[in-house]
Design a protein around this ligand. Structure first.
Ligand code: COA
Length: 328
């Protein structure tokens, strides 16, 4: 059992058609294209339709991954959806996806790990495959961040976007996941949260009027922590294997801010032009979906070759973080 290799046999994505550019945001809040590009690297983001919920995007990404893996929904043994923007509190979005896909015999559950959700999901899914409990696990990271975005708050509304990525984790003959590191620091949860709507502050007229159902973020506090923590997480999965940052073929990080990612690359001693995968300029920060979509696109664009060492590295609300080292 121990030498069973677990990897990705199919990847998929779905991005809503509607593009919201920085120029359009200039008309909504007091900001400029120049500020957004310089401070974040974002040029545009996708926004889901009003009638498009997280599960709808998740299903589209899942179908794409199933097709790429040459599998049918009935072949899926477990569905995990990583999201902080579920269709509703309950039932789980994963159950809604199970029904829409027709993957009838698959158990299904959500995980709420914000931007690190895809990496936590990879850790969970791979254990189920490694142990032999399940053969094919469908992991989807899907977010409708526009549904929790305060379009009056210029410090956050310019950052977020909607989308979904999916992966099927199964036994592979070569390569696979080499190492996983996960972390959390609940003492700093208030740096990025949606204050109301849960059991602490249930929804009421007052909470709506106070705009407490939107994401609140202390960006600069997170910025400092993100750089340090993502660089350390990378070390945690490389050093025990005798590897250095320079041994990594491609770093595919959570796409929160281009300046954060360049700073992480510098700490890792890698050339960002060559070894840092970025698609933030097209999509902004899609929370959990960012890493999943970035991995899918890096493969589509041929940036990932057989035998390459790929590092996924993420950080987000919770605080939570994770790193996953993969041999492709
Ligand atoms: N347009 C124009 N000005 C803006 C702006 C916008 N959209 N948003 C904020 N500003 C202003 C602020 O009001 C502030 O003005 P002041 O100096 O007059 O008070 C100034 O820009 C600097 O704000 P600050 O928050 O210090 O900017 P920053 O360089 O830290 O960049 C973020 C802000 C949000 C882009 C950045 O902090 C960030 O990306 N943080 C990390 C996000 C993250 O990792 N999240 C967790 C993972 S998802």
């Amino acid at each position: 059992m121990d030498d069973k290799k677990v990897g990705f046999i199919g990847l998929g994505k779905y991005l809503p058609e509607n593009r919201l550019t920085n120029k359009e945001l200039e008309k909504i809040v007091d900001t400029t294209d120049d500020w957004i590009v310089t401070r974040t690297g974002i040029k545009e983001r996708r926004i889901a339709r009003d009638d498009e919920a997280t599960s709808d995007m998740a299903v589209r990404a899942a179908k794409n991954a199933l097709q790429n893996a040459n599998l049918e929904p009935k072949d899926i043994d477990l569905i995990i959806v990583a999201t902080i923007t579920p269709d509703m509190f309950f039932p789980a979005t994963a159950c809604i996806v199970q029904n829409k896909l027709g993957a009838n015999h698959a158990p299904a559950f959500d995980i709420s790990v914000a931007c690190s959700g895809f990496l936590y999901g990879v850790a969970i899914a791979s254990q189920f495959v490694k142990s032999g409990i399940y053969k094919h696990v469908l992991l989807i990271a899907a977010e409708k961040m526009s549904s929790v975005t305060d379009w009056k708050d210029r410090s956050t509304c310019v950052l977020m976007g909607d989308g979904a990525g999916a992966a099927i984790l199964s036994e592979v003959k070569e390569g696979g996941i080499l190492s996983v590191h996960l972390g959390a620091d609940g003492s700093k949860g208030d740096l990025l949260c949606m204050p109301a709507g849960g059991s602490r502050i249930p929804a009421s007229m007052t909470t709506v009027e106070a705009r407490l159902h939107f994401l609140k973020m202390q960006g600069n506090e997170l910025f400092k922590r993100a750089v340090k923590i993502m660089a350390e997480a990378a070390q945690k999965v490389t050093e025990p294997l005798g590897l250095k940052g320079s041994d990594i073929s491609l770093v595919i990080p959570h796409q929160a801010n281009k300046r954060i990612l360049n700073a992480v690359a510098k700490r890792m001693g890698i050339d960002p032009e060559e070894k840092l995968y970025l698609n933030i300029e097209k999509y902004g920060n899609m929370s959990a979906a960012s890493s999943a979509v970035a991995l899918c696109e890096a493969v589509e664009e041929d940036r990932v070759k057989k035998g390459d060492l790929i590092l996924l590295d993420a950080f987000g609300a919770g605080l939570t973080w994770g790193a996953v080292l993969i041999k492709w």
